[in-house]
Design a protein around this ligand. Structure first.
Ligand SMILES: *Cc1c(COP(=O)(O)O)cnc(C)c1O
Length: 387
């Protein structure tokens, strides 16, 4: 544990959060979203912890992420939620990855790749019910359903899912939420009347699954909540426990006179003679530069504000009269057990969301996994549902 900066990841917390979500999901299955390296927590360990907690599906956003899960021996259904045109879809199909299609062009591209792979592609059709991001709009939906049924009749694809995504589920009273629900019901009804027999209909992200049981359908897709962060912080924590604690070790400490300018640009000046400590964590590690002179950390038993600019590899804190030694721990954020800020507090302080705080913790920061017994780690989880 000598790394100057370490992200501790509590796999027991991920498992417990997913168990809580699985309970809240009722009859619906749970797809744990582990895209973006498991929101910064590590995709494979997060996936295993989520499967141990009751998830039976996984979701990712890049083909490389899907293949990484398969390479780790994880065999449960994996949905790739963005199908990028021109990509080698046959590799995903050969690995038994489920693909999203929201346009006739993508349905046809997937069908062509399935021919190459020599195996039917498992496809989830996506309707745009009001987010205006991915998915087929109302006007294009009939053509997408038709193209999918044609490809299915040729044995090239199997339509296993019907899906959509909420724009404002984190504001449960937003009028778009019931509108999107109604739009999804219409899209499902249309597809089913046309002859689609989906294995799963799915719509809900973390916020929707926690605030709108009528959005659960057959499968829910929580992401941020499995990592213990609230999808709708104004409504509380929902009993979730943050899984990541970011800990640095003081690189050096020294006394400086009053009136000393600190860090680039001298945007902080010491008020009097004081002790400064150098914390080896910077924007290359994911500490937002926006947090200069703003974000707090826990050091020597108290909250301290970052003094001056966050640099690429380090920042400075001002200890005043307090003692701190090189090697002492500084907690940047965590679950709050020791009085440290949470990722949510960091997000609030700089006008972003907790998602961005944890996801941007950089690749050079080692992750230390804790809290899930080796017997759970050994089993990639879940019954084999493909092939
Ligand atoms: C990322 C993602 C989710 C999870 O969203 P959270 O707000 O993190 O729960 C669900 N569905 C899709 C399609 C996504 O891309």
């Amino acid at each position: 544990m000598t790394s100057p900066l370490l992200a501790h990841v509590d796999l027991q917390a991920i498992r417990d959060n997913v168990a809580l979500l699985t309970d809240r999901a009722g009859a619906a299955a749970v797809m744990a979203m582990v895209k973006a390296d498991g929101y910064g927590h590590g995709a494979v360990p997060a996936a295993r912890a989520a499967l141990a907690g009751g998830a039976t599906w996984l979701g990712v956003a890049r083909q490389s992420e899907a293949l990484q899960l398969r390479a780790a021996g994880i065999t449960v259904p994996v949905l790739l939620v963005i199908t990028a045109p021109g990509e080698a879809h046959e590799e995903a199909i050969a690995a038994g990855i489920d693909l999203i299609a929201g346009s006739v062009g993508i349905v046809q591209e997937i069908a062509g790749a399935a021919k190459e792979a020599g195996r039917a592609a498992r496809v989830h059709l996506k309707a745009d019910t009001g987010m205006s991001r991915g998915g087929a709009g109302q006007g294009e939906w009939p053509a997408v359903v038709d193209a999918a049924l044609t490809a299915q009749a040729s044995g090239l694809i199997e339509v296993v899912g019907l899906s959509s995504h909420f724009a404002c589920a984190d504001e449960p009273d937003h009028p778009s939420v019931p509108r999107q629900l109604a739009g999804f019901l219409e899209a499902v009804e249309f597809a089913e009347k046309a002859g689609v027999r989906p294995e799963v209909r799915h719509l809900a992200n973390s916020a929707a699954m926690l605030t709108r049981p009528e959005s659960h359908f057959d499968l829910v897709r929580p992401g941020i909540a499995i990592y213990g962060l609230s999808p709708a912080p104004q409504l509380g924590t929902f009993g979730l426990r943050p899984a990541m604690t970011l800990v640095a070790r003081v690189a050096m400490a020294k006394r400086v006179p009053g009136g000393s300018g600190v860090s680039y640009g001298h945007s902080y000046t010491t008020a009097r003679e004081t002790r400064l400590a150098l914390v080896p964590a910077g924007y290359a590690d994911g500490v937002p530069r926006h947090g200069s002179n703003t974000l707090e950390v826990l050091a020597a038993g108290k909250r301290r504000r970052i003094a001056g600019r966050v640099c690429m590899d380090q920042f400075v804190i001002d200890l005043g009269e307090d003692e701190i030694e090189p090697g002492d721990e500084v907690i940047l954020f965590g679950p709050g057990d020791h009085g440290e800020p949470t990722a949510q507090e960091w997000a609030d302080a700089i006008g972003t969301i907790s998602y961005e705080i944890v996801t941007r913790i950089g690749a050079r920061v080692p992750r230390a996994y804790e809290g899930l017994g080796t017997e759970e780690r050994g089993s990639p989880g879940g019954p084999r549902r493909l092939d």
